[in-house]
Ligand binder design. Structure first.
Ligand code: PGA
Length: 249
């Protein structure tokens, strides 16, 4: 049976290791559902504090650098994430694009992360102005073209590639994307990524949705919008809400 992917992006939360451990344990103990692949992306400093081994929960980074080691103060590399037990890494989140991350940097990060054996979760999505001007598809297409440029040689061994559609106006706003709009964008992303990456029977493009997901709308993004998973921010640092989201799928 196909498993839906539910990703928790804790962002810059919680403030202490104790709270991080508690949150992780509460989530772990609340999961009743084995139809989902749950991935938690805590702040990097808590990666080794959460006891994910044998928990059934996978862990991931929220970002990574485009070199594996060297004189790059403050950076965390893909090989370090891998060594800490990460299987996944979020790349190109809009909150990082907002503080200056470029498509070119996202492309470099994707290549190094793939080479290090991580599964990237590439985030794309238009801002409110672009949506109002009817430029949502053009924006997402450009982000995909730039992010996936010349990636063929490094992606060749991956059987799947995850893309999160995260309209910027829906993130943390309490104003989620309609199920119809999300479905339309999911089909568009599938088609565009397939054209860019080449069609292969072994490679699957997995499109997931993020932006004000909560326990009341989570299931509908899977059933109505035909998303194959969710990227959850705010509701993922509330164990009760996040457990309800997982168990509703
Ligand atoms: P949100 O964040 O669920 O708080 O809207 C989603 C995200 O930023 O990935």
């Amino acid at each position: 049976m196909k498993k839906n992917i539910i990703i928790a992006n804790w962002k810059c939360n919680p403030e202490t290791q104790e709270e991080a451990k508690r949150l992780f344990e509460e989530i772990k103990n609340g999961i009743e559902n084995s139809n989902t692949e749950v991935i938690i992306c805590p702040p990097v400093i808590f990666l080794t504090a959460v006891s994910f081994k044998e928990s059934g929960i996978k862990i991931g980074g929220q970002d990574c650098f485009w070199e594996n080691k060297g004189a790059f103060t403050g950076q965390i590399s893909p090989s370090m994430l891998k060594d800490a037990g990460c299987e996944y890494v979020i790349i190109g989140h809009s909150e990082r694009r907002k503080i200056g991350e470029t498509d070119e940097e996202i492309n470099k990060k994707l290549k190094v992360a793939l080479n290090a054996g991580l599964k990237p979760i590439l985030c794309v999505g238009e801002g409110s102005e672009e949506r109002e001007k009817n430029q949502a598809h053009d924006t997402v297409k450009k982000q995909l073209e730039n992010a996936l440029s010349n990636i063929e040689s490094v992606i060749k061994n991956s059987d799947s590639f995850i893309i999160a559609y995260e309209p910027v106006w829906a993130i943390g706003s309490g104003n989620p994307c309609s199920f119809e709009e999300a479905e339309d964008m999911s089909i568009f992303i599938q088609k565009t990524a397939r054209e860019l990456l080449g069609v292969s029977p072994v490679r699957k493009i997995i499109v997931i949705y993020g932006g004000s997901v909560d326990e009341s709308n989570a299931k509908d993004y899977i059933t109505k919008s035909k998303m194959e998973g969710l990227l959850v921010g705010g509701a993922s640092i509330n164990s009760e809400k996040f457990i309800k989201i997982i168990n509703s799928i």
